[in-house]
Design a protein around this ligand. Structure first.
Ligand SMILES: C[S@@+](CC[C@H](N)C(=O)[O-])C[C@H]1O[C@@H](n2cnc3c(N)ncnc32)[C@H](O)[C@@H]1O
Length: 281
C-alpha cells in the first residue's frame, strides 16, 4: 500500500526505513539497513532502486509490520522473501532447504573446471538444487542428477529446475541407496558438516533444517560416509568434490587420505579460506 499523497498513513517510507533499520539492529541483525530496504521492496512489490528513490511516499506501516516482526525474531530474510540469489540466479527457498550460501560458489567453480565434456554429475544433498542446477545451466553438455534424502527439499529443487529451465534428473535417496546401478564422472556435495555443539546464529539453528546442518559430534560423519561409499559410484578416474567448513581444511583431507583417496585440488574463497576439495581414488 503506497500512496503518492504524503502522510496519508502518518508515515513516509524514509521514516519507516529508519525505524525498521533501528529495530533490526536492536534485534542483532548485522546488515540492518540493507535488509530493511529489501524487506520494504519485497512487501511493496517494488525494486530496491524504487525504494531508495521514493522515500517521500506515504506507506501503511501495518502492512510492513508483520514482516519486520518476523525478521526481528531472526527468521532468515530468504524465508521471508522466499528466494536467494546463487551464481546470479534466483532460487526458491523454503524452511525445508538450506539457504544457498555464497561460500558454495567456490565448489561450483571448482566443479566447472573439473568436469570433463559431457560428464555425468551427481549432486549429493542437493537442497534447493543450487549446485547441480547451476552446473547444468553453465554447462549444457553435462548430464546432471540431483539427489536428496528429503522429499520436501527435492520438491523445491524440482521447482527451481523447472523455473530456471535446467534439464536435470532428480532422485530421492539416502546417500547412494537409490542409485546403486549408476556411476558418475563427478560427484559433488555440500554435505551437512556442522558439529553438534557448534554455536550458531539464531537464523541457522532455529529456522534451517537440522538434517542439512549437523553431522555428528565432530561434524565429519557425512564425509566418512562419502569416503567409504563413493568409489563404487565413480567411473574410472572419476572425481569427488566437496565443500568443507571454514576450519576443516586439515580434518577432511586426513579422513579421505586414511580411506585411500588422493587429494587432487584445494580451492580457497575470496577471503583465502579453503572451502572446496577434490579427491580421486
Ligand atoms: C548442507 S545442505 C546443502 C544443500 C545445497 N546443496 C546447498 O549447497 O545449498 C545438505 C543437504 O543434504 C541433505 N542430506 C542430509 N542427509 C542426507 C542423506 N543421508 N542422503 C542424501 N541427502 C542428505 C539435506 O537434506 C540437505 O539438503
Amino acid at each position: 500500500m503506497v500512496r503518492r499523497t504524503g502522510r496519508l498513513f502518518g508515515l513516509i517510507l524514509g521514516e519507516w526505513l529508519l525505524q525498521a533499520e533501528a529495530r533490526l539492529a536492536g534485534a542483532g541483525v548485522e546488515e540492518s539497513r540493507i535488509e530493511a530496504r529489501l524487506l520494504a521492496a519485497h512487501v511493496l512489490g517494488r525494486t530496491k532502486a524504487w525504494v531508495l528513490s521514493h522515500r517521500e511516499e506515504s506507506v501503511d506501516p501495518s502492512i510492513l509490520e508483520p514482516w519486520i516482526a518476523r525478521r526481528e525474531r531472526r527468521e532468515p530474510l530468504a524465508h521471508l522473501t522466499g528466494e536467494r540469489e546463487f551464481y546470479g540466479r534466483p532460487f526458491r527457498v523454503t524452511a525445508d532447504t538450506l539457504v544457498p550460501r555464497p561460500d558454495t560458489e567456490t565448489l561450483v567453480e571448482l566443479a566447472l573446471e573439473l568436469a570433463p565434456r559431457e560428464a555425468s554429475i551427481l549432486d549429493v544433498g542437493t537442497g534447493t538444487g543450487c549446485i547441480g542446477i547451476t552446473l547444468a545451466l553453465e554447462r549444457p553438455d553435462l548430464r546432471v542428477t540431483l539427489l536428496d534424502v528429503s522429499p520436501e527439499a527435492l520438491a523445491v529443487a524440482r521447482d527451481n529446475a523447472e523455473t530456471l529451465k535446467a534439464g536435470v534428473k532428480l532422485v530421492k535417496s539416502d546417500l547412494y541407496a537409490g542409485v546403486l546401478d549408476e556411476s558418475y564422472d563427478l560427484v559433488v556435495s555440500n554435505p551437512p558438516y556442522i558439529r553438534r555443539q557448534e554455536p550458531l546464529m539464531p537464523e541457522v539453528v532455529s529456522y534451517e533444517p537440522h538434517l542439512a546442518l549437523f553431522a555428528g559430534e565432530d561434524g565429519l560423519d557425512f564425509y566418512r560416509r562419502l569416503a567409504s561409499e563413493t568409489s563404487e559410484r565413480l567411473e574410472p578416474d572419476g572425481l569427488l568434490s566437496v565443500e568443507i567448513g571454514y576450519d576443516q581444511a586439515d580434518s577432511v583431507p586426513a579422513l579421505f587420505l586414511e580411506a585411500g583417496w588422493k587429494l587432487v585440488e584445494r580451492r580457497a574463497d575470496l577471503a583465502g579460506i579453503v572451502r572446496a576439495l577434490a579427491f580421486q581414488q
